[in-house]
Each structure stands twice: as C-alpha cells, then as structure tokens.
Design a binder for this molecule. Structure first.
Ligand SMILES: CC(C)(COP(=O)(O)OP(=O)(O)OC[C@H]1O[C@@H](n2cnc3c(N)ncnc32)[C@H](O)[C@@H]1OP(=O)(O)O)[C@@H](O)C(=O)NCCC(=O)NCCS
Length: 314
C-alpha cells in the first residue's frame, strides 16, 4: 500500500470544544459549503441563502442552549460543528456539518457524540432531527438510535387563490412583530402535544428574526382548535391543530392569509404524514423543492396535525 494512501485516510489532528460566539461566522461558512456540495452530489440546485443569513439562528442556539453546540478545530480552523437543542425532553439535532474536504474521516462522529452526550439530557429524552439524505449522516443517525419516521417535504411557490370553506377562521393574536403572552400560551398549548415541548424562547426568535411575523388562532364554531405563525419572510409555521381532519383547512387558511398580507412567495416544511397540509399546499400550487427525513428515537408528537417551523428548530 502506498504511503500517500495512508496519509490521505488518517484523520488530521482535531480539537473538539464548545462553540464560542467568535466561531459562528466560520460555522455559517461550513454549513454553506457542505450544503452546496451536498446539492451538487444530489443533482439539486445550490442553496439560495448566504452564509450570514444563518447567523441569527446560530446566535439563538448558542444563547439558549450553549451546552449542545460543539465545534471541531483543525489547524486553527472550524472544520465541523454540531448543535443539539434541548427543549423539555426533546433533544433535537439542529445542525451537523463538516467541510467537504474533511468529511468521512471520523471527525463528524466525534463531534456528534459530544453534542448529544455533553449536555447530559434528562433520562428518557428523545433524540430527533430533520435529516438530510447524505449517506454518512443517515448511517450516523441510525447508529445514534434515531429511526426514520416520515419523509419531510419542503415546498414553496407563489400561492394561487383557493376558495376557502367557511368552517375555519384565523384570528390574529397579539401585535404584528412581537410575541404576546397570549400568543405564547396559545402556541404552548398545542406545541406540548404536537411537538412535545413548550419553547417560548423559540417563539420569541421566530418573531424577532423575521419582520412582520404574526400569530393566528384557528377557530371553529367558537372554539380554539389550533394556531399558526405566518412569518414576514413567507414561511408558514410552526402551527397545528388537535384534530388531523383540520390540517387541510388550517394550511389552506394560512396560505390565503399570506396572500392577503401581500406575501409573494410562501415556504413550508410539511411532514409526509400531514396529508391534509400537503393537499392544501398542492391546491395552492406550491412545488416540492427538496426532501428530508424526520428521524427520532421514538415516535414523537403528532405529525399528522403539525406544521414545523423548519429544519433547524422543527
Ligand atoms: C454528515 C457529516 C457532518 C458527517 O461528518 P463526517 O466527518 O463526514 O462523518 P464521519 O466520518 O465521522 O462518519 C461517517 C460514518 O458514516 C459511515 N458511512 C460512510 N459511508 C457509508 C455508507 N455508504 N453506508 C453506511 N455507512 C457509511 C462511516 O463508516 C462512519 O460511521 P462509523 O463512524 O460508524 O464508522 C458530513 O459528512 C457532512 O457534512 N455531510 C454533508 C452535509 C449533511 O448532509 N449534513 C447533515 C445534515 S442533517
């Protein structure tokens, strides 16, 4: 065997440590490069965001759960990072990326181990994430105890008008651009069941990270049956309903609301199990842009009735 072969396969020296605020710009570039490379390998168009667009989320993760954010540093440079976020007993892997040139050398596994184990989650915590279809990522998640539970569709487009049934009504709760105590409590009532976590800090983040975000209460015959966020950047979610039969009217009403508010494009992450929301998204003309997989160490929440916030907080 040639010496070159041996050198190429041996892992470079890396130091794994908790992330610091000064690492965040480097992490955003690692994410961007890893996703650009992944898209190319999967024959998809390159990601449209800029590395700096990720900074608000990275700051939020570091501020609200610093114990789960680890970086691997090689020769002074961040080459890989993983972020887990514990909300009640859900231990969510928010991001996990390595620079293309350093992948498949055993660094990712070490960083993932630290990000899941160092925070010492409570007994019975559920590991979960929105996973890419990268083969290394998939095999690590399976080995870390998570199984695929449903495919996830990311859909977007300029929504067309769809006739609305009159049964479900959306009523704004609290002001535009700021999460009110009522909106927070309303979301918590449903999040506790549908996502198995109350997460007030994340609701504050969704409002602060996109101007013009609103929370709506879904009402049916005088009763509160769900909630939905329509964010200023066109993202619909998080939100959901108790009864999966109301998933279609909820998504349909949310898309109509986004149109009424003048949003040109809407974007939504829908679990494959949420058939109603998918029907409504297709009726409005949205298109699937890419696929991911929801993986968890046990069945969590009620995905037939839930509309996630996205891939990084679910
Ligand atoms: C996912 C990622 C962070 C993993 O980091 P990494 O440093 O490449 O991973 P490692 O080398 O530590 O581990 C790869 C694992 O996959 C295994 N593997 C590689 N190819 C495989 C295949 N075809 N089938 C099964 N297992 C495979 C390796 O054996 C190793 O597992 P092991 O530690 O049990 O031996 C990195 O590959 C990456 O950035 N990928 C692109 C972006 C992405 O998809 N991120 C995940 C977002 S959810």
């Amino acid at each position: 065997m040639g010496g070159w072969h041996l050198i190429a396969r041996s892992p470079p020296p890396v130091h794994i440590r908790p992330a610091r605020p000064r690492d965040l710009a480097a992490c955003s570039r690692v994410c961007h490069r890893a996703l650009r490379d992944l898209s190319r390998r999967q024959g998809l168009p390159p990601p449209r965001f800029r590395p700096r667009d990720l900074l608000p989320f990275l700051r939020h993760a570091l501020a609200t759960d610093p114990k789960g954010f680890y970086v691997a540093v090689s020769r002074g440079k961040v080459v890989c990072y993983a972020i887990t976020i514990l909300r009640e007993k859900t231990h969510f892997l928010a991001q996990f990326f390595a620079l293309p040139g350093t992948q498949s050398r055993g660094i990712g596994r070490q960083v993932l181990t630290r990000a899941f184990e160092a925070p010492r989650p409570p007994r019975g915590a559920t590991r979960c994430l929105v996973a890419s279809l990268d083969l290394r990522a998939q095999s690590l998640y399976l080995k870390f105890g998570m199984s695929p539970r449903t495919i996830m569709y990311y859909l977007s487009g300029k929504p067309r008008a769809v006739p609305q049934g009159d049964e479900l009504e959306l009523r704004q709760v609290g002001p535009t651009g700021r999460v009110s105590p009522r909106a927070r409590d309303l979301a918590a009532r449903f999040d506790r069941v549908l996502r198995e976590a109350r997460r007030d800090v994340d609701h504050r983040f969704w409002f602060s990270s996109s101007k013009g975000t609103r929370c709506f209460e879904a009402r049916l015959r005088g009763q509160t049956v769900g909630y939905i966020l329509v964010r200023g950047n066109g993202v619909i979610g998080p939100g959901g309903v108790r009864d999966p039969r109301l998933s279609e009217p909820l998504m349909s009403a949310a898309i109509a609301k986004a149109r009424d508010l003048g949003l040109k494009k809407v974007l939504v992450w829908v679990p494959g199990l949420n058939e109603g929301a998918l029907r409504a998204a297709f009726a409005a003309g949205l298109k699937v842009e890419f696929l991911t997989v929801w993986m968890s160490s046990r069945d969590l929440g009620v995905l037939a009735s839930y509309i996630p916030s996205g891939g990084v907080l679910f």
